[in-house]
Ligand binder design. Structure first.
Ligand SMILES: [Zn+2]
Length: 112
């Protein structure tokens, strides 16, 4: 609990952008701890030195998610947090937000 209290402002910042509490917590953890966990499968991975590795490379789906993220960031020039949201929304599991979001074609409207 202490860790969460220490980083509550950062966690809230992510939540304000539409991330779930679980994801927000993981995102902050990735930035602050030596051992980060893959946002898709939860596997531990090395901290990314370039700050853009949020998914492990152990699974095809995780590598795909990471590739999607980079594509959003570098090709569409989407800010990192928004790109993460797009990618996480496109994943079909626990991290998906409730509500009428998550269609892949949201990408185009988000670019404006
Ligand atoms: Zn993974």
């Amino acid at each position: 609990m202490e860790w969460i209290e220490e980083h509550v402002n950062e966690i809230e910042r992510y939540m304000a952008q539409g991330f779930s509490f679980t994801v927000s917590k993981d995102l902050v953890r990735i930035h602050h701890t030596a051992k980060a966990r893959c946002l898709r499968c939860g596997d531990s991975m090395k901290k990314a030195t370039n700050g853009v590795s949020y998914f492990c490379t152990n699974r095809k789906e995780c590598r795909t998610a990471q590739r999607k993220l980079k594509w959003q960031m570098y090709h569409h020039r989407v800010p990192r947090e928004r790109a993460l949201k797009i990618v996480l929304d496109s994943l079909d599991r626990t991290y998906r937000q409730e509500g009428p979001i998550g269609e892949n074609n949201r990408t185009t409207s988000i670019m404006q």
